[in-house]
Design a protein around this ligand. Structure first.
Ligand SMILES: CC(C)(COP(=O)(O)OP(=O)(O)OC[C@H]1O[C@@H](n2cnc3c(N)ncnc32)[C@H](O)[C@@H]1OP(=O)(O)O)[C@@H](O)C(=O)NCCC(=O)NCCS
Length: 186
């Protein structure tokens, strides 16, 4: 039987494993857990002002315990998140990618954040591909995200997924919608 790590290296359907980046880094990933709240607060505190602004559209130097709980207390189907962990310090979160389903629909809001030192290395793309496979399996057929118009990296990432994409300005940001591909199961 293969280990979760071996499964994760060649199968986008699994929820836990490792991601191989183009520079050779091997990054563990898994679903976020309730007991990640404190690590999530540490992760947040280490982000640059610009990264926080791109993600939360505002100044948010600290993630309160209440918000950390909200972001980690997920049902795994309608609200789901993957975290990537530092390969040399596996208790340290280096990225979080999530979706939140609009209740009663097949649409979900997507959000992503990668710690600054790990940005631009393909981690956000690789983790998003995993999240999409999982979302599709949970009956999500469309993801949408609000992206600031000057957030080129996020807009590039969406384009690189080569999914049907619709983007329109909304309240000073771009609302980007992605149609999700069918899974192998249909
Ligand atoms: C947006 C974000 C999640 C992307 O994750 P990432 O790991 O940095 O992205 P990747 O390394 O997979 O690269 C994505 C694309 O950006 C490109 N890119 C890299 N550096 C870039 C830069 N300085 N400016 C613009 N694009 C850049 C990459 O090359 C890739 O596009 P390409 O394949 O067309 O070249 C991450 O940068 C981040 O957390 N940013 C701050 C928070 C944020 O913006 N969240 C999005 C809110 S929905």
């Amino acid at each position: 039987m293969r280990t979760p790590e071996e499964e994760g290296s060649d199968n986008t359907m699994v929820e836990e494993g490792t991601l191989m980046l183009v520079d050779g880094a091997v990054v563990p990933f898994r679903p976020i857990r309730l007991d990640d709240a404190a690590a999530l607060q540490v992760f947040h505190a280490g982000l640059s002002v610009q990264s926080v602004y791109f993600r939360f559209f505002g100044f948010l130097p600290e993630l309160t315990a209440e918000r950390a709980h909200y972001f980690t207390d997920l049902d795994g189907t309608n609200r789901f998140a993957l975290v990537a962990l530092d390969p040399t310090a596996p208790a340290t979160i280096i990225a979080v990618i999530r979706y939140d389903r609009e209740e009663g629909t097949d649409r979900a809001e997507y959000a992503a954040i990668v710690t600054d030192r790990w940005q631009g290395r393909g981690l956000g793309t690789a983790l998003t591909q995993r999240l999409i496979a999982i979302a599709r399996r949970h009956g999500i057929h469309r993801l949408y995200a609000f992206v600031l118009p000057d957030n080129d990296r996020m807009l590039h990432l969406f384009r690189d997924l080569h999914l049907p994409e619709h983007a329109r300005p909304q309240d000073g940001s771009m609302r980007v919608e992605l149609d999700l591909p069918a899974t192998e199961e249909g």
